[in-house]
Design a protein around this ligand. Structure first.
Ligand SMILES: Nc1ncnc2c1ncn2[C@@H]1O[C@H](COP(=O)(O)OP(=O)(O)OP(=O)(O)O)[C@@H](O)[C@H]1O
Ligand SMILES: [Mg+2]
Length: 262
């Protein structure tokens, strides 16, 4: 086993009297896709909000590549190599896809806004390099043809992919995906799975994936972490999770019931 990129230890977060996350420990291995699953309200998105410093932990620690992220601001966490997508899509709606993907690249560029305004040679070079890189990312993710469309005019599935492209443009070592298949049909979901596997490889990124689409999780995750009511219920390989009676009772069973009731 390779060393973990992300180490979560005894992580807890209270909201008033609600224990959204309680004593949670797990690892995400470098270069793998790790699934984070559990029923609605289990605390999955809160884990992402804690990793990205949207919320501070009530207790516990989060380490990235051996470095404690405690006390960092959200923008510092991004610079440390963590980027994410949101359960409710958040894009720059009036910007084109290309501009959405170029924005994080230019934000890291060395020329300031004044140099860009006056179009100095180095600023022009940075612009054209950012454009090239944005196109390469969009090509990889399969949204290149929509490069000049406003983000808000894209179908839902493509907006989700654009959000992933923009997250990749931050050059993360750890990519957090919060329900990227939400609202997609089975064939779109299968194709998204292939895209996630490809970007893991092409951009050398470690992925933590929240999904309710169990087939997607089982197909692409090397390791799965199951939460229930804020705590760790189980963790293991897809086969171990599929066979685990606690998971079947608490989650997969309920999931199956819901599906067969449709
Ligand atoms: N900012 C907040 N203030 C108060 N309670 C919160 C806040 N954020 C989350 N919670 C509560 O924490 C618990 C976990 O919520 P969370 O959104 O992390 O669940 P989840 O596993 O992502 O669920 P879902 O699958 O529905 O997205 C819920 O009871 C939720 O209401
Ligand atoms: Mg959630």
């Amino acid at each position: 086993m390779s060393e973990p990129l992300l180490e979560v230890r005894d992580l807890s977060r209270m909201f008033g009297g609600i224990r959204a996350v309680e004593g949670l420990s797990f690892d995400a291995e470098r270069g793998r896709v790790t699934g984070l699953i559990g029923p609605n309200g289990a605390g999955k998105t809160t884990v992402f909000n804690l990793i990205t410093a949207v919320y501070k932990p009530t207790s516990g620690s989060i380490r990235l590549g051996g470095t404690d992220l405690a006390g960092r601001r959200p923008d510092e966490v991004v610079r440390s190599g963590v980027s994410r997508t949101f359960q409710n899509i958040r894009l720059f709606n009036r910007m084109t896809c290309l501009e959405n993907v170029m924005t994080p690249i230019l934000a890291r560029a060395s020329c300031g806004p004044i140099a860009s305004l006056f179009g100095t040679p180095s600023a022009r070079r940075e612009q054209s390099e950012a454009r090239e890189r944005a196109y390469a990312i969009m090509r990889d993710i399969g949204i290149e043809e929509s490069a000049h469309r406003a983000a808000s005019t894209l179908p839902y599935g493509l907006q989700r992919k654009l959000e992933i492209a923009r997250a990749i443009a931050c050059s993360p070592s750890l990519l957090l995906l919060d329900e990227p298949a939400a609202g997609m049909n089975d064939s779109e979901t299968r194709e998204l799975g292939e895209t996630i596997v490809r970007i893991r490889h092409d951009f050398d990124v470690t992925i933590l994936l929240i999904e309710h689409h169990i087939q997607l999780i089982m197909n692409i995750c090397a390791h799965i972490v199951v939460m229930e009511r804020g705590a760790l219920l189980a963790s293991g390989s897809p086969d171990e999770i599929r066979e685990d009676p606690r998971v079947v009772d608490a989650y997969l069973g309920r999931h199956r019931d819901r599906r067969s009731a449709r």
